[in-house]
Design a protein around this ligand. Structure first.
Ligand SMILES: *[C@@H]1O[C@H](CO)[C@@H](O)[C@H](O)[C@H]1NC(C)=O
Length: 165
């Protein structure tokens, strides 16, 4: 009896160690913590990818037309010609950027996007686009809440987000 229980125990521990190790070994792309990401992005929004376009065959990057549901940060910075189709869509570039861990989307994906207005050196090709600044984030209540608290400055430490792929 006793030894069997010990064995089960051992087995449980072994499984846990393997699980933790596998997460760690696969997570070769550590993400900056959320506070840093929020700080670096002037605009944070939730939206759904409607169309993938402007594939760059050399750099393997692309842009997406995204229907915006909500701005979590920087709504007032997004105006003029950045707004498309009557104002509720934007073009976001920089998908596939190897400098960003979670950088791929498909049509129909809904995500939290951390973006910036395109810097002038990328004009004219990317004028009036927003640029992905850090990893895409899945929409969960917890993620939304954490991002909101970060934006409001209510969390001193905004959590470490690591993307396990
Ligand atoms: C994100 O934005 C910051 C400026 O806020 C910039 O320094 C950094 O290079 C950007 N990162 C990417 C991956 O574009």
């Amino acid at each position: 009896m006793g030894s069997q229980r010990r064995l089960t125990h051992l087995y449980g521990w072994a499984l846990m160690i393997v699980a933790v190790f596998c997460q760690w070994c696969q997570g070769s792309c550590p993400e900056k913590d959320l506070g840093k990401r929020e700080e670096e992005a002037n605009v944070v929004l939730t939206g759904t990818v409607e169309e993938i376009m402007n594939m760059d065959p050399v750099q393997n990057t692309y842009s997406c037309k995204v229907r915006v549901w909500r701005y979590l940060k920087g709504k007032t910075m997004v105006n003029g010609e950045v707004l498309l189709d009557g104002g509720n869509k934007v073009m976001i570039g920089g998908f596939g950027d190897p400098g960003i861990c979670d950088n791929q989307v498909a049509t129909g994906d809904t995500r939290i996007f951390f973006v910036n207005l395109t810097p002038e050196y990328m004009w004219p090709a990317h004028k009036n686009e927003l640029m992905l600044n850090s990893s895409l984030m899945r929409i969960t209540l917890r993620n939304l809440e954490e991002v909101e608290l970060c934006v409001e400055g209510k969390l001193t430490r905004c959590g470490l987000h690591i993307t396990w792929t």
